[in-house]
Ligand binder design. Sequence first.
Ligand code: NAD
Length: 360
Amino acid sequence: MAHKITFIPGDGIGPEVADAAKRCIDATGVQIEWEQKEAGIDIMKIVGTPLPDDTLESIKKNKIAIKGPITTPVGSGFRSVNVEIRKRLNLYACLRPCKSYEGVRSRYNDIDLVIVRENTEDLYAGIEFEQGLDKTTSIINSIKDASGANIREDSAISIKPISVTASEQIVRFAFDYAIKNKRKKITAVHKANIMKYTDGLFLKTALRVAEEFKDSGIEFEERIVDNMCMQLVQRPEIYDVLVLPNLYGDILSDLCAGLVGGLGLAPGANIGDDIAVFEATHGSAPKYKGLNKVNPTAMILSGVLMLRYIKEYDAADSLEKAVASVIEEGKDVTYDLKLDRTDPSAVGTKEMADAIIKKL
Ligand code: NAD
C-alpha cells in the first residue's frame, strides 16, 4: 500500500529543493501518494495566512510531511510558520544529523554528529513583549517586585520557559535514538552556571534521566554551551549525540552544518509521538529563489531520514549511497560543492537531483 505523505514546497528556494527531493524519493521506487499543501509567504498573499488550516489538517491526518523552508521576515509581526507547525503538532524533538561525505570541501572529513534539539520551548518559543507597550511595563514592574531586579523601562522582554516535561521528553528521545542507532555517547549542552533555574532544570532533569539509562551502554556527559562551541571546532570527532534546549540547538545545528561543508548538506526532522515533519536545516535563502542554483542535498537527505522513519530502509540506504556517490565524483554538483565556488562546471539544483536519480 502506498504511503500517504503531505508535501509542502514552502517559499524562496523551497519549491526547487523540495521538488528535487520528491523526485529522488519517487525514484527509489517506494510507493508514495503525495498530498501537496501550501505554507509560507506566497500562499499568504493569496489566502491571508501563511499556514492555512487545511495544511495543518493534512499533516495531522497523514502523520508524515516533508516541507521546504519557509521565510520568517526579521523584525516584522509575522511569526515563524516553522515554529508554529512544531508547536501546534507537538513535534518536540528536532533531529539533525551532521555527517562528513567523501569529496566535500570542508576543514574536517571525519564528522558524525547528531543534534537532538528540544523544539517547543525556551527563548525560541516566541513569547515576547514589545518595547513601549503597557503590558511590557507591567511585566517589568512585576519582575522588579518579585526579584528586585531593575530592568530598564525602555526594554523589550522575551521569556525563556524550560520545563521538566519537555526536558525529560527530549533527553529520553536522545537516549532512545542513541540506543536504536547504536551510538556511543550523549552530551547534554547548557548554560546552567549562569541560568541556574532554567538551564539548571534542564541539566538536573538530564542527569536524572541519564541515571535511568546508566546500564544502556551509552556514555553520558555535560558541557557548558560556550565551551561546547570551542570543543566542536577543535575536536568535533570526540562528540557523538548532542542534546540541547531549543536556542542552543538552533545555533549549534548551523555550527555543525558548517563542520560538514555547509547548510546545503544538513538534513533534519521534527518528530513528535506520532507525527513527523522532515525539512532541511537551512532556510529559504530568498536571494537564490528561482535561480536553480542551490544544493538540494540537505532536502534529499531529509527525505532519506523520512524513508527510514517509514521503515523503507533499503530505499533510504540506496538514496543516501546515490547522494554520496554524486558528491564524491564532484562533477554534477552545485556551486557550493565545487573547490572554487565560481567554477562554471557547477550544475543546478535540478541537474544535481537528476545525477542522483541516475545512480539509483
Ligand atoms: P538560509 O539558510 O536561508 O541561508 C543562509 C545562506 O546559506 C544562504 O545565503 C546560502 O549562502 C546558504 N545556503 C542555504 N541553503 C543552501 C543550499 N541549499 N545550498 C547552498 N547554499 C545554501 O538562512 P537565512 O538567510 O538566515 O534565512 C532566510 C529565511 O529562511 C529567513 O526568513 C529565516 O527565518 C528562514 N528560515 C527558515 C527555516 C525553515 O524553514 N525551517 C530555517 C532557517 C531559516
